[in-house]
Design a protein around this ligand. Structure first.
Ligand code: 2BA
Length: 104
């Protein structure tokens, strides 16, 4: 069994979760914030049989999109602060081995 932790853009999460549920996968949504941009994103955790891992990853990949954001970089004294383009996402995904899956 695998344990998936997927960090997903707020704009993509509804589509990802809808298609996970439609395909029979359970998931849990956690509100999270990116450490760098300090913007809201969503972390989904999913426990899945190893044989179904690629199906879940395919859904996350299909319904997550990358986008670009312009950010202000810190200004040097007396100078205008330049903007820099940052590419965010699609999803950032960690796949871990799951030692036990228990329900009480
Ligand atoms: P943030 O930390 O807000 O990062 C947003 C985007 O800013 C990143 O997009 C990346 O393009 C850029 N970025 C992040 N840290 C940077 C740095 N130290 N220097 C320059 N650019 C930086 P993504 O890589 O697509 O990440 C989207 C979100 O996924 C991140 O939001 C964070 O919440 C999470 N994430 C990404 N990599 C992670 C990791 N190794 N561990 C934990 N969370 C991660």
């Amino acid at each position: 069994m695998k344990f998936i932790v997927a960090i997903i853009n707020l704009d993509d999460v509804a589509g990802v979760m809808k298609h996970l549920t439609k395909s029979g996968f359970s998931s849990t949504k956690l509100t999270s914030t990116g450490g760098w941009l300090k913007e809201g994103n969503v972390t989904i955790i999913i426990g899945v049989e190893t044989a179904k891992l690629n199906e879940v990853l395919g859904i996350i990949d299909k319904y997550s999109h990358s986008r670009t954001r312009m950010i202000q970089t810190p200004s040097l004294e007396g100078m205008d602060s330049p903007s820099t383009e940052v590419k965010v996402g699609g999803a950032t995904v960690f796949v871990l081995d799951c030692e036990q899956f228990l329900r009480f």
